[in-house]
Design a binder for this molecule. Structure first.
Ligand code: HEM
Length: 591
């Protein structure tokens, strides 16, 4: 339709039309200008990102693998099936500090295995978690400690620290960890005795028909234990147990996940776990950068996730309310173990009169989500990998079982149970070796908040053929901290770093003894954002192994591969679509 652009004539009535006409024109002009400005900004952003900024990025001088304009190294640095080989190759070719490419040739990212550089980055206020990581986590967990930086983060850590001291954990262990671990054992005993069959029996039979396993150790174990016991999906059961543990120890809340899988908060968490298990697809990644997509194009997965979050929020509010009342009513009584559980500490901070340490109701709720998630998913994976490593190493399994037979807790002492477990050197070695060999978090990222210079312990040769003792990095650049790569570093762990060998913990090299990582490994990182729950996890792993190993023998049932979806999870090879699973053949141990 043709537009009439002739201005109307000027009678009083026409004057109003003229004003309307002019206003309309001005509005169109303003909108067009705004669109133009935005287009120009977008264009400038793209030109700057791809053409102007890269030639001035100081990281371009670093050695490292090259990528073409649109390719990237994400698979090389994030796929745990490839990273050990990639890291080894890159360290050989480029040294301990190099750069790789993120979203294309323009995107230089620093990766370093130099412990001095890492200490600098992880301890410095200049390097924060990138907003993309924080947004991803806050979509699931709200504004908990994971999403915080600066002063607010420091205060939240200080509030929660007393819940994670060795003493506080010693009180919780026998009551909660042990109780749940023994319940898991009691659930498995009849399954194993009756040779109960699950969907994994059929899937594995099908896989073996298609492709018999070639792994000699696997074949040997399979033959020895064939048709004994039951095939149990370890991750499925251990996640139920670890959710029960963190529910009871952290929040005095019984999911009863081991007993029955019907409790609504448990089911809501399963939906959340499921939403991360299969890794983010293209739409989820796009939503991270442009949250408006979520609103414009909601999908079934998003609706399920939001419904689950609503249930968690409602239940969380109920838990907080009843715990607040109980705490206020008990304030006059002598302190008991609940004074130091996570929720009591959070509620005390919520009730605090000091505004600098007070947590708002919504912050309190978000912390609950954070701890339920961080405290169950990671330990589930850690305990599952421990049982997998033992299944592949029957001699280690036997030795550990023999050590448990020598362990007797002093039941008259408050800390007797934990002290007894802590006195078992081989158990400690197996737990640390599992965390080194199969770290639940494959890596982490920091972003420079301003231009910075990172010191190095060893000089590097730049592409300009000059030596450098420091790396210049500009605001907005990413630093990739390769947790698994550092756990496999031959410099620190020796030539057999890629082998699961708990005995290494009895003769550590100087580099490993002085390792800055918590528990001497990189798995919990270090610095102000390091894992607050590291002691909790070590103890939980020990308690579960102590409850299970004296009763069961674990053997491999299928070929397993690692896949990274927030944490490094086990999957059955060629059955990735079935979700994360670790089927092991579990049989009774008869002494
Ligand atoms: C084997 C089990 C675990 C592993 C491997 C693990 C690993 C990690 C890692 C690597 C980080 C730091 C990430 C970074 O630097 O960007 C972290 C942070 C954190 N972890 Fe763990 N974690 C485990 C268990 C737990 C448990 C049991 C809890 C709580 C009960 C917990 C709570 C947290 C919290 C709250 C943070 C954020 C700390 C902060 O930002 O200040 N984790 N964890």
């Amino acid at each position: 339709m043709a537009m009439d652009s002739k201005p109307p004539s000027t009678s009083p009535l026409d004057f109003r039309s003229l004003v309307r006409f002019a206003t309309g024109r001005v509005l169109v002009l303003v909108v067009a200008l705004c669109v133009l400005v935005q287009l120009f900004r977008g264009l400038w952003w793209i030109i700057n990102l791809y053409l102007i900024a890269p030639p001035f990025d100081p990281l371009r001088h670093l050695p490292g693998p090259d990528a073409s304009r649109l390719s990237n190294h994400f698979n090389e640095v994030m796929d745990p099936e490839r990273t050990p080989q990639t890291h080894e190759d890159w360290i050989k070719r480029f040294g301990k500090t190099f750069r790789y490419h993120g979203f294309g040739a323009h995107d230089y990212r620093l990766m370093t295995f130099d412990l001095r550089a890492l200490s600098y980055v992880l301890n410095s206020q200049t390097f924060e978690r990138p907003w993309q990581t924080r947004r991803l986590l806050s979509q699931l967990l709200g504004q908990g400690v994971f999403a915080m930086e600066g002063e607010k983060h420091r205060i939240q850590r200080r509030i929660m620290a007393p819940a994670f001291t060795s003493n506080a954990l010693k009180d919780l262990a026998p009551v909660m960890f042990q109780k749940v671990a023994e319940e898991l054992r009691d659930r498995w005993l009849p399954m194993v005795d009756d040779g109960q069959r699950s969907k994994w029996d059929f899937i594995i039979a099908e896989l073996q028909e298609q492709q018999p396993t070639k792994d000699e150790a696997g074949i040997e174990c399979l033959e020895k234990s064939a048709n004994k016991g039951a095939i149990i999906d370890i991750t499925h059961w251990v996640l139920r147990a670890t959710l029960d543990v963190i529910g009871l120890t952290g929040f005095d809340y019984a999911f009863r996940a081991l007993e029955t899988e019907t409790e609504e908060v448990y089911l809501a968490y399963r939906i959340l776990f499921h939403s991360v298990e299969n890794g983010p697809d293209f739409k989820r990644i796009a939503e991270l950068f442009f949250p408006i997509i979520e609103k414009l194009l909601p999908d079934e997965g998003l609706r399920r996730r939001n419904a689950a979050l609503k249930i968690i929020k409602r239940k969380g509010e109920e838990i907080i309310k009843s715990k607040k009342q109980a705490l206020l009513a008990r304030i006059a009584t002598p302190k008991d173990i609940w004074d130091k559980d996570i929720l009591s500490l959070l509620i005390k901070a919520n009730l605090s009169e000091d505004p600098s340490t007070r947590l708002s109701d919504s912050e309190l709720l978000d912390q609950i989500s954070t701890f339920l998630f961080a405290g169950s998913d990671t330990t589930n994976v850690a305990i599952s990998w421990a049982l997998y490593c033992l299944a592949l190493n029957p001699e280690v399994q036997t030795r550990l079982r023999e050590e448990f037979a020598t362990c007797h807790a002093d039941s008259s002492s408050r800390t007797g149970y934990v002290d007894a477990l802590d006195s078992l050197p081989f158990l400690d070695a197996v737990v640390r070796e599992t965390l080194r060999f199969a770290p639940p978090a494959h890596g982490t990222i920091r972003v420079a908040m301003k231009d910075e210079v990172i010191p190095l312990s060893e000089p590097i040769m730049l592409r300009t053929n000059e030596f450098a003792r420091e790396v210049h990095i500009r605001k907005g650049s990413y630093v990739h901290i390769p947790i698994e790569g550092l756990n496999y570093s031959k410099d620190i762990w020796g030539e057999d770093a890629l082998v699961f060998r708990p005995d290494r913990w009895f003769s550590l090299s100087a580099n490993a003894t002085h390792h800055p990582g918590l528990a001497n490994v990189m798995s919990f990182t270090f610095g102000p954002h390091a894992c607050i729950g590291w002691r909790f996890s070590l103890l939980e792993m020990k308690v579960f192994l102590a409850a299970l190993l004296p009763h069961f023998v674990f053997a491999p049932a299928a070929e397993i591969r690692k896949y990274n979806t927030i944490v490094t999870r086990p999957y059955v090879k060629d059955r990735l679509g079935s979700g994360s699973a670790l089927p092991l053949r579990v049989s009774r141990y008869n002494a």
